[in-house]
Design a protein around this ligand. Structure first.
Ligand code: ASP
Length: 426
């Protein structure tokens, strides 16, 4: 039924979102540069309407994340059933995530050393912002926190890894108990259906939400701060582009022989959504949905790998950190040895695991990478002012990495419907 409704509309949802994105950006720039500051512009339009509608939309998406991940993961692991297959999928996914992150940092370091973004920049030319570096969680704690002390509190606080563990556990037990627990199993399956329908319903207002979010961001951004930072921003953007459109697509082709262009076309709306919200976590429902409906990826796999990826796999963030390390080292006149670079690869991979999928956290975990090679953490102040736009770009790459891995793992587990993948993109 939903298909019919979509077909009747002249413009598809993805095109609508794209138009909203461009329109919102233009509207924001006009507000910033051409409308004089006044309480109507600042308090009513930007701080009022755009803020309320934009945040309202993000909250609607966020509202779905925990129940959707929880239910679909239970259903997924129940369908897989045995712990051996689950373990294999888990190990493969984690290895793949770590591998792509390490690769992303190498791409970033390569690009940074070709462009040399920090050379010729004097500290007084760059606008700095106050740095408030929060404590990053230690590696051991990150590991231990995977096991929920109290699953209800993890659900209430949206802690993704403990939720994943608990849901997997329930799913396996339901599979083991079979008929004995069929009422509970049915309950979760039906609840899962409800959450899928809700995702579609919320997405139908996405163009409005996207317009407001983007307009608000651009209304607040002045481009003058960008000028001295253009080389840095260009390096990060170029490395993100390489990772998103070359590295991932080559991997996808090598492992699955699927058409990367088709993948990009079908996944593009999800990338736009991540770009707009700069929040991997809020993108989980849309990503799972798109992978299933358009790419033929079974939810058995995606319900596990997508939330896991949104939590531990941040290749775009790792790229920003790789370039930022080189940039800050060059601005402060430090030279990094090959062993420093190896340390950067290792710590940025770990930092990516510890980075939560919400806006700006990549900057916080950057402090861990900087300290690992003795660079001043105050360096973060140099890039803070212009980070928002890069945050948007890197979030799009973060979630693309999760989707590519999910598609590959599904393919390898016979859980990918190629007919759906190859069908014409709507
Ligand atoms: N905003 C990013 C995400 O949600 C994380 C970051 O790099 O700050 O994936």
């Amino acid at each position: 039924m939903a298909e019919n409704v979509k077909e009747k509309k002249k413009i598809g949802l993805s095109t609508q979102i794209f138009i909203a994105l461009i329109g919102g950006a233009l509207f924001g720039v006009i507000l910033h540069y051409f409308i004089p500051a006044s309480s109507i512009r600042d308090d009513i339009i930007v701080g009022g309407i755009l803020h309320v509608v934009g945040q309202g939309f993000i909250r609607l998406m966020q509202m779905l994340v925990v129940p959707l991940v929880f239910c679909s993961l239970i259903c997924g692991s129940m369908a897989i059933g045995d712990t051996k297959t689950l373990g294999k999928v888990g190990v493969k996914t984690i290895v793949f995530y770590l591998f792509t992150t390490a690769m992303a940092i190498c791409v970033a370091l390569g690009v940074a050393y070709i462009i040399n973004p920090g050379i010729g920049i004097s500290l007084d030319k760059v606008e700095t912002s106050e740095v408030t570096v929060a404590e990053a969680t230690s590696f051991v704690d990150t590991l231990l926190n995977i096991i929920p002390k109290n699953p209800i509190s993890s659900l209430a606080n949206g802690e993704m890894l403990p939720i994943i563990v608990f849901a997997l556990f329930i799913g396996v037990m339901l599979a083991k108990l079979g008929k004995k627990a069929s009422t509970v199993a049915n309950f979760f399956s039906q609840f899962n259906e409800i959450m899928m329908e809700m995702t579609m319903a919320v997405m139908s207002v996405a163009p409005i939400g996207v317009f407001c979010l983007i307009a608000k961001t651009f209304a607040g951004i002045g481009f003058s701060a960008f000028l001295p930072m253009l080389k840095y921003m260009g390096s990060v953007t170029f490395a993100l582009f390489l990772q998103g459109f070359v590295v991932y697509q080559v991997l996808l082709f090598i492992f699955t022989r699927l058409n990367p262009l088709k993948f990009i076309k079908k996944f593009f709306p999800v990338m736009m959504f991540a770009f707009t919200t700069a929040t991997s976590n809020a993108t989980i429902p849309l990503s799972i949905d798109t992978l299933e409906e358009k790419m033929g990826v079974s939810r058995k796999i995606s319900s596990f790998t997508v939330p896991l990826g949104a939590t531990i796999n941040m290749d775009g963030t790792a790229i920003m950190q790789g370039v930022a390390v080189v940039f800050i080292a060059q601005v402060y006149g430090y030279s990094l040895t090959p062993s420093d670079l190896a340390t950067v690869v290792a710590t940025a991979t770990l930092a990516s695991i510890g980075t939560a999928g919400v806006p700006s956290v990549g900057l916080i975990t950057l402090s861990m990478v900087l300290s690992s090679v003795g660079l001043p953490t105050e360096g973060i102040a140099l890039i803070m002012g212009i980070d928002r736009i890069l945050d948007m770009l890197r979030t799009a790459v973060n979630i693309t990495g999760d989707a590519v891995c999910t598609t590959i793992v599904s393919h390898q587990n016979g859980a990918l419907n190629k007919e759906v993948f190859n069908a014409q993109a709507k």
